[in-house]
Design a protein around this ligand. Structure first.
Ligand SMILES: [Zn+2]
Length: 356
């Protein structure tokens, strides 16, 4: 197959977005798109290129004091009768338009058209972001080629609708169990009802007042929610077991350990089993490239409420934020689309920031 990412296509981030969208690349099926991207990058003399699986890394070696990573995933969620792309007025429709081939297009366009950026740049086009993290290309690179990720600052071109979303909240899920004694409900006084015993846990959840925390100008709203409850044996049995799953979304000024201590305080007297946990990421906007990025955008950053790969960079000590032209509300939706104007704005902003 001839590479659809021709020199003409690469010159226009809008045309490039469509070309990338039209290379179908559902998670675990990114070989074709990775081949096309690698081929394009290898033709640029100012870049040195490496590949791991279907993740492609390219970087400049200009000897600048600071290095910035621009990263985007190549995969999409399964196609939903929304390929090939279509254009209606100012909108490009199709699987991956928002999440996140419009972002990938901005980075790839820069990679081939900006040979002399003001920082050294590392471009990372990675596989399998939309599925379990054992397949995640960024995760695999961090494990096997951590040097590829050495940088002072990273921008993930995930959909933010042109806003800056810095850091991200952590998440922890715990299970709380109550125990009782089975009995026939006709002689309920002989038993102890484990579901009733859960009432106290529910009351503490209802009485909880989550914090709102501002860090580096970014506001994070925490949340504590029961997400599942199990209990009950039969219509005539006093149940002897009940369990509840609780999810805490915590601001990045708490570590996972502190998040657990907080939960232990709230649910004092109960044993907690941690079933899932991922740390948050501090916004880290004090590094020089980050400050200059914010100046180029001219917008105040907002805190990212969900968990994103920004946290993987934070775990490596690299401040990172999300900035992309797509609308996050449209990600994974059958009518997924991106505004052409947002692609043009995003491209102009990145040039303002990175051109010498
Ligand atoms: Zn995404």
């Amino acid at each position: 197959m001839a590479n659809p990412l021709t020199p003409d296509v690469l010159l226009d981030p809008v045309v490039l977005t469509r070309a990338l969208v039209d290379i179908e690349s559902v998670s675990r099926d990114e070989k074709v798109i990775a081949d096309c991207v690698e081929d394009v990058l290898r033709r640029a003399d100012h870049l040195s290129v490496r590949r791991l699986g279907n993740t492609v890394m390219a970087r400049t070696k200009l000897g600048h004091a600071q290095r910035v990573i621009l990263a985007g995933h190549l995969d999409t969620v399964p196609v939903n009768d929304n390929l090939p792309s279509t254009v209606v007025d100012d909108l490009i429709y199709g699987c991956g338009t928002s999440d996140m081939k419009s972002g990938v297009a901005l980075a790839l366009h820069l990679a081939v058209t900006l040979p002399d950026p003001r920082y050294d740049l590392t471009y990372l086009f990675y596989e399998a972001e939309e599925i379990e993290s054992e397949f995640n290309g960024l995760n695999l690179v961090a494990q096997s080629h951590p040097k590829w990720l050495q940088a002072d600052f990273a921008v993930l071109l995930e959909p933010t609708y042109g806003l800056v979303e810095a850091g991200c909240q952590g998440t922890m899920r715990v299970r709380i169990r109550t125990a009782g004694r089975r009995a026939h409900t006709a002689r309920a006084w002989r038993g102890v009802n484990a579901i009733h015993a859960m009432g106290e846990v529910l009351r503490r959840l209802e009485d909880y007042h989550p914090r709102t925390v501002t860090i580096d100008g970014c506001t994070y709203r925490e949340g504590l929610s029961a997400v599942r409850i199990d209990g009950g044996i039969a219509g005539n049995v006093v149940p002897d077991e009940c369990s509840i799953d609780v999810n805490l979304r915590f601001a990045p000024d708490r570590s996972e350990k502190q998040a657990l201590e907080h939960l232990q305080e709230i649910f004092h007297g109960y044993e907690l089993e941690v079933t899932d946990s991922a740390p948050g990421a501090l916004p880290g906007l004090s590094a020089a490239p980050a400050r200059e990025f914010l100046a180029a955008i001219g917008l105040e950053p907002a805190g990212k409420l969900g968990w994103t790969d920004v946290a993987r960079f934070a775990a490596l000590g690299i401040p990172a934020l999300n900035y992309g032209p797509g609308d996050p509300a449209l990600a994974h939706a059958p009518d997924e689309h991106v505004e052409i104007g947002k692609i043009r704005d995003g491209s102009a902003t990145l040039y303002r920031w990175l051109a010498p």
